[in-house]
Design a binder for this molecule. Structure first.
Ligand code: G3H
Ligand code: 13P
Ligand code: ZN
Length: 316
């Protein structure tokens, strides 16, 4: 069942975080739904601009609608990840998306405010909610690359002003994470005091964490042992998801970890089965492993086992 992002945030706030998982193809979609139903978790499907053009945006929508039929128990929202203004409008007008992210975080503050405000007006007129971003994460997202020396943590006072002036529904804040598999060169340094300070200024407002993959070291070792070259890959400590959720982080974005599952499964399979050239046997292994991975993340987010309570609340 497709629901609004707002409905899911209302249920999760202060108790757990929704896993926000990106999809690109059918195998990932099947694994995602299986994993969420197996772990009885509500979730958010994220579609990036790159994913929309990988096959075709309509293909993704059709896959999601079909998955909804195959898994009638599922409860989820559909979200545009890191949208520019034009892509936000396209998603808003499509009538399919529960929420969009306008990522104008690379622009100066006033331009970010103005851009986000325009998107909020168009989105709210259609019942779509808006995630905005303030501050700069490191790493690469879509066509924007942010060097480590350009990373800016979100300023809490500015965040409160931004939320008030734009009318956005949730805010992605930079607290030291970055996109991709190489998040920290030394030890992890997440700035939860930024989240706490924003919550004090804007109590009850849903916050979002990007760049939250944990880059499991056993996964990296297996990839490297099977011919990969991911030296020094490092992620967020996944035991921090729940403390973040308790501070008002309602949505935790995880994409890279899923790509690592895909890479490990395929590298090991072809190393061990050099005679195989059929994509179905490996596709089956991937769907199963991806489902297992999604269920394990939901346990850490504490969204696992929440489906019954969410359904009950939504039917009131
Ligand atoms: O933050 C970006 C997400 O990981 C999506 O990546 O733009 O390559 O689809 P993508
Ligand atoms: P990761 O690269 O840590 O998975 O972050 C994903 C993300 O923030 C998608 O918007
Ligand atoms: Zn992101």
């Amino acid at each position: 069942m497709i629901v609004t992002t707002k409905q899911l945030f209302e249920q999760a706030y202060g108790k757990y975080a929704l896993g926000a998982y990106n999809i690109n193809n059918a195998e990932q979609t099947m694994g995602l739904f299986r994993g969420n139903v197996q772990s009885q978790a509500p979730f958010i499907i994220q579609i990036s601009k790159g994913a929309r053009s990988y096959t075709n945006k309509l293909m993704l929508e059709a896959m999601i609608r079909t998955a909804d039929e195959i898994f009638p128990e599922s409860v989820f929202a559909v979200h545009l990840d890191h949208g520019d203004e034009e892509t936000c409008y396209d998603c808003i007008e499509s009538g399919f998306y529960s929420s969009v992210m306008i990522d104008a975080s690379s622009l100066p503050f006033e331009e970010n405010v103005a851009t986000t405000k325009r998107v909020v007006e168009r989105a709210h007129a259609k019942g779509v909610s808006v995630e905005a971003e303030l501050g700069q994460l490191g790493g690469v997202e879509e066509d924007i690359s942010v060097r480590e020396d350009q990373v800016h943590l979100t300023d809490p006072e500015q965040a409160a002003e931004f939320i008030r002036r734009t009318g956005c529904d949730s805010l992605a804040c930079a607290i030291g994470t970055s996109h991709g598999a190489f998040k920290f060169s030394g030890s992890q340094s997440l700035h939860f005091e930024v989240v706490e300070a924003i919550q004090k200024l804007v109590p009850g407002f849903p916050l979002v964490l990007h760049g939250s993959s944990s880059v499991p070291q056993d996964e990296v070792e297996r990839i490297n042992a099977a011919g990969g070259a991911l030296k020094g890959a490092k992620g967020v400590d996944a035991t921090q998801y729940l403390p973040a959720a308790k501070l008002g982080v309602c949505k935790i974005n995880i994409d890279t970890d899923g790509r690592l599952v895909w890479t490990r499964v395929h590298r090991e399979y072809f190393r061990d089965h050099p005679e195989v050239f059929d994509f179905r046997p490996i596709g089956k292994v991937f769907m199963e492993e991806y489902a297992r991975f999604i269920a394990s993340r939901n346990e850490l987010l504490s969204s696992a086992g929440r489906l019954a309570e969410v359904r009950a609340a939504l039917s009131k």
